[in-house]
Design a protein around this ligand. Sequence first.
Ligand SMILES: [Zn+2]
Length: 276
Amino acid sequence: MAPSALAFSSPSSRYTDECPGEILLKEFRRLKPGLDALGIRFSVSRVKFRIRGGKRRKPPYFACCHNIRNLGNVNVVAFYYPLIGDWDLMGADVEGYRKRIHSALREEMIHAVQVITVKKRYEQSPDLRNRFKDAETYYEYLLGRIIEELAISQEGEEAVLTAAKLYYEDWTIGSMAKLRQTDQKYHGRDGYLVSELIRQAVQIRFGELTSEEAKGKAWDKHRLFFVGEYGTTENLMKSMATTLRRAVPKLVSLSPTLTEALIEIEGMIQRIHQNQ
Ligand SMILES: [Zn+2]
């Protein structure tokens, strides 16, 4: 057992399968060989708050981190307290919680592969090294291009906004201007959402639940949205995720840059699975 995996164990979780620590550990073990094959390090953080945009915020479940500029040192951090906290939020639903953890871990793996493939492409191309001062600048250029290619059509723009509403849990993101504002507010840069759109598309094309869908019942505990005819936030969100699922083939046909990214990421993930 890896030391980081041990950190998930709590005394009570040693005796039963139906504890958040044990479920986390199992899901982590399933993913570990893939992370190892990619050279992605994994660590557990016990911070309770992070300062973001000048405010104290709860950390996410996981974060995929890397060096700025050269995109090196890709690593995944698991935030212990929010991960364990969602067990209660989901009403101790073993299967629901397992799915949620599974999707959240897959999400970070997809993000990590995104960064690794861009870094590799940049480093192997003298032309790209001439045109962009570093790998990060090239990455930002790619994300910007995808937005441009998609926003040309009404359908593409709507899909981007649906993806944004799901990811940010904010139903008021109704325009590209509002999306830029939101990206800036939470991530300090334009185009951040595209990395999440890529991740959602990979999850959908692999036939997996998106992380947003896997949230399930946790949506209705602390959030108050106008849900209208849908009755619950969970239903509204499922319906939006269905819209996004249907839009993916269209997005692929609209944006060659997105298609190229998806093929590279999916290819690398498939090769890892084949070697296991
Ligand atoms: Zn993400």
